[in-house]
Design a protein around this ligand. Structure first.
Ligand code: ACO
Length: 431
């Protein structure tokens, strides 16, 4: 009869151990009993970049990378993108269920009424250089918010946690838009509570001298969809940063600032910015073969940005939705000339053995930047546009962790490969 256990024989000692298997995993700590001698520390696993280690149990997001499936709380991303909006999806991610009408109204009211930031935050932003990258400004100002809300330290109080969740989701678009307007030398536009979450963000970004900003419904819907697609993605680099930093029980503003910093990197949320820069650098379709050759011969140094994913080894389902939506957006904006280069780049790459063999397909970032650019967002703002919706995912993961009795402060182990103990040598005696 089959058993849900793993038997390990240690060939150093000849001893056998039976270890339980649960949810397709073994507990790393169960290996600690495997010792070569009594004073041995016990066996550990070595897993750089945690590519095969589950660090938590989570009920939020399900991904099947081989099949190209992404579900939030069981709901397929395709259905949410088509039928939901960002705030409702954020509620779902955080609470586990879709809201009733009354719950949705109360949730929207609470988010809408926390959008304004303290005037001192504006002054803080004014201290940045005119060309400061908005991600740097966002990291700093989100961290600074912790100084305005001391109750955020009460991470074990569900009400205090909920208040910071309202504030962070509500204030991120305001901080993001202010960062942009600082860089272009425009006065900050204040939130307009008559507008939707995404409509208000467009208002704060692009309002000029008109008394009431008119939101284009196609662009508003496109932003809703992009925000839904970016809302959570289980244990990625920035979410791991949120959980890792949050595990020290620091306030969620400080943990979110760390998550935004992780997202800033070009291998993560910075990739959509890098895709645009790459397409601009390629410049025309006839230069694509030479670029592909460079990627293939660079030994991994030059990458086709927006391609490949740690988890999706099929097509990224989010990329499919975005590619379809690009057509609708380009009907109201003018067609982004870089789209032709992107389409041709994708076509060539998907037929090339190098990419096929390594299962490299377009990811969420490959087409999102083209839509953002056509909408009028400067390239520097692309990673910021990723951070705004992802904050709901980070907060849901953080809130889940705070209620998980199995979690402790994150503290990985290492394999020490440095020098053996030796004695200090004074300078004159060193060779
Ligand atoms: N272009 C060219 N080659 C690539 C690419 C790429 N975009 N991605 C991976 N490869 C190659 C690697 O050089 C490696 O080749 P090798 O086996 O000959 O050494 C092989 O494919 C496997 O690559 P890894 O880096 O081991 O794959 P990993 O799963 O660790 O990396 C990652 C995933 C970081 C996303 C990678 O594919 C990448 O750098 N892509 C470009 C950046 C990007 O688009 N990031 C956005 C990710 S999605 C997100 O964060 C929302």
């Amino acid at each position: 009869m089959s058993k849900n256990t793993l038997t390990i024989t240690d060939n150093r000692t000849g001893k056998s151990y039976e270890i339980p298997i649960q949810d397709g995993t073994i507990r790393a700590l169960d290996l600690r009993q495997i010792k070569a001698s009594d004073d041995d520390f016990g066996l550990m696993t070595y897993d750089p970049a945690l590519t095969n280690t589950a660090s938590c149990k989570s009920r939020i997001t399900f991904i099947d990378g081989d099949k190209g499936i992404l579900n939030y709380r069981g709901y397929p991303i395709e259905q949410l993108a088509e039928q939901s909006n960002y705030l409702e999806t954020a509620y779902l991610i955080l609470h586990g269920e879709l809201p009733s009408k009354a719950e949705y109204d109360s949730w929207t009211y609470n988010i809408t009424h926390h959008t304004i930031v303290h005037e001192n935050v504006k002054e803080l932003m004014g201290a940045f250089r005119y060309d400061a990258h908005p991600m740097g400004m966002l990291i700093s100002t989100v961290a600074a918010l912790s100084t305005f809300y001391p109750s955020a330290k009460d991470v074990h109080d569900p009400k205090a946690r909920r208040d910071q969740i309202f504030r962070l989701i509500a204030k991120l678009p305001t901080l993001a838009a202010f960062a942009h307007r600082h860089s272009v030398g425009m006065p900050y536009a204040y939130p307009d509570n008559d507008l939707s979450y995404c409509g208000n963000f467009l208002n704060m970004m692009f309002k000029m001298t008109e008394t009431k900003y008119k939101v284009d419904p196609v662009l508003e819907k496109a932003l809703e969809v992009l925000f839904i697609l970016h809302a959570d993605h289980e244990q990625n680099c920035s979410t791991s940063a949120m959980r890792g930093v949050g595990s020290s029980e620091v306030d969620p503003y400080s943990a979110a600032a760390a998550a935004i910093a992780a997202l800033y990197g070009p291998l993560h949320g910075g990739a959509n910015e890098m895709v645009l820069r790459m397409l601009e650098e390629i410049g025309s379709k006839d230069k694509i073969p030479a670029f592909i050759k460079e990627v293939k011969t660079s030994g991994g140094e030059v990458r086709l940005m927006g391609f490949g994913h740690r988890v999706y080894k099929n097509y990224d389902p989010r990329a499919k939705i975005i590619k379809k939506m690009a057509d609708q957006v380009f009907q109201v904006t003018k067609r982004n000339p870089l789209l032709d280069i992107a389409l041709e780049l994708e076509r060539i790459a998907l037929e090339d053995e190098y990419f096929v063999k390594r299962r490299l397909y377009p990811n969420v970032d490959f087409y999102s930047g083209l839509i953002y650019q056509a909408t009028g967002f400067p390239v520097d703002m692309f990673p910021v546009l990723f951070a705004i919706p992802r904050v709901s995912g980070w907060l849901a993961q953080w809130d889940e962790m705070m209620q998980d009795n199995e979690q402790k402060i994150a503290r990985p182990r290492q394999v020490y490969t440095g020098s053996a103990r030796r004695d200090y040598v004074p300078v004159p005696a060193r060779g």
